[in-house]
Design a protein around this ligand. Structure first.
Ligand code: UDP
Ligand code: MG
Length: 331
């Protein structure tokens, strides 16, 4: 298998037919052995049925149906886990990532790169708030991490089998795949593209999912927030110490003091705020720590047509089990 195309799906019934047509239109002339892996991430519309219909007509169409919505990063992870291609493309289902860029990405990979990511030159049809928060986030992240995570880049990219295998060795529960791929290293490069509007339907990335992704990216790749909490603790304590000295001086030396309601309120509120922020930051890291200690599976597959999926192997006996059953008893 030369190429696997991993496509996470969450309520994409309006886009699946067009996506399939455009993708096969681009891939067929490339003369590769390829597979599509659609991951249905708990869609509430007809997405699964549409994908299953495609799979019935085209044996290159593989699907994984999750037992519920596990989120975009986990859906991509499942696709990577079960892909077999020598190269793997990760692409959104809503045609915001143009399939026409794939030959260019593939071409670059042949030049000896292990990762070719697609960098957004412009973005259409997204709210000013989304663009501004995304822009701010990528820059903040770049400034507080040691590894260089490229700015204005989503998960649309092509990676080699080597990178997929490295990703599979990273067991973290809170995935930030683009960060993990930067962390892995090797030779990486990019192509620029103009990000189109969503073809149909609406975004599955709610603000709460975006905040989770942002926090996963930051906590997964930087300890700066924890250190910032410590440093601001020192800073606030230093200021508090000076104010304490001044208070004692005013009380006992100059005798010039007022019942200080305003200053009391301000310092209590300020200290309370700083403490809550610091505890919150620690909590974010703690929550991720405990998720990694629990070591739950990242996702549960309810149905798939991929034969080598563990979900299918659980049902069908393995070759080893069959041999054991056929062998005569020992006694
Ligand atoms: N997606 C998913 N699970 C989710 C949300 C989104 O698998 O919980 C998929 C979605 O179907 C699409 C891709 O992830 O293929 C990107 O999502 P979307 O286009 O909604 O995000 P946006 O482009 O608005 O950031
Ligand atoms: Mg989109």
């Amino acid at each position: 298998m030369d190429l696997s195309v991993v496509i996470p799906i969450y309520n994409e019934e309006t886009n699946i037919a067009a996506l399939y047509t455009r993708l096969s239109g681009v891939l067929d002339p490339m003369n590769l052995r390829y597979e599509f892996i659609f991951i249905n991430d708990g869609s509430r519309d007809k997405s699964l049925q549409l994908v299953q219909n495609l799979a019935a007509r085209d044996p290159r169409v593989r699907y994984i149906d999750f037992s519920r919505n596990f989120g975009h990063q986990i859906a991509v992870t499942a696709g990577l886990d079960l892909s077999v291609g020598e190269a793997v493309v990760i692409i959104d289902a809503d045609l915001q990532d143009p399939p026409e860029l794939i030959p260019g990405l593939y071409q670059k990979l042949q030049e000896g790169y292990e990762v070719v990511y697609a960098k957004r030159r412009s973005r259409q049809g997204e709210s000013a708030a989304k663009k501004a928060t995304a822009k701010l986030f990528y820059r903040l992240l770049a400034s507080i991490t040691h590894i260089s995570i490229p700015v204005d880049t989503g998960d649309f990219r092509i990676i080699t089998r080597k990178v997929v295998e490295a990703l599979k060795q990273m067991p973290e529960q809170n995935k930030f795949i683009r960060g993990q791929i930067s962390w892995i290293g090797y030779r990486q490069t990019y192509l620029e593209y103009d990000r189109a509007e969503r073809a149909g339907g609406e975004t599955g990335y709610t603000y709460s999912k975006m905040i989770k992704l942002a926090l996963d990216g930051i906590t997964g790749f930087s300890d700066v927030p924890l250190k910032a909490a410590t440093y601001s603790g020192f800073l606030v304590s230093a200021v508090a110490f000076l104010v304490m000295l001044y208070t004692l001086y005013a009380r006992f030396v100059t005798g010039d003091y007022e019942p200080g309601w305003a200053s009391l309120m301000v310092s209590i509120l300020f200290l309370g705020g700083v403490q809550l922020i610091a505890i919150g930051i620690i909590g974010e890291y703690m929550a991720r720590l405990s998720a990694n200690v629990r070591r739950r599976p990242l996702y549960i597959i309810s149905d798939t047509n991929i034969p080598h999926s563990p979900a299918n192997q659980a049902l069908a006996p393995t070759a080893e089990e069959m041999a054991q059953a056929a062998a005569p008893p020992h006694h």
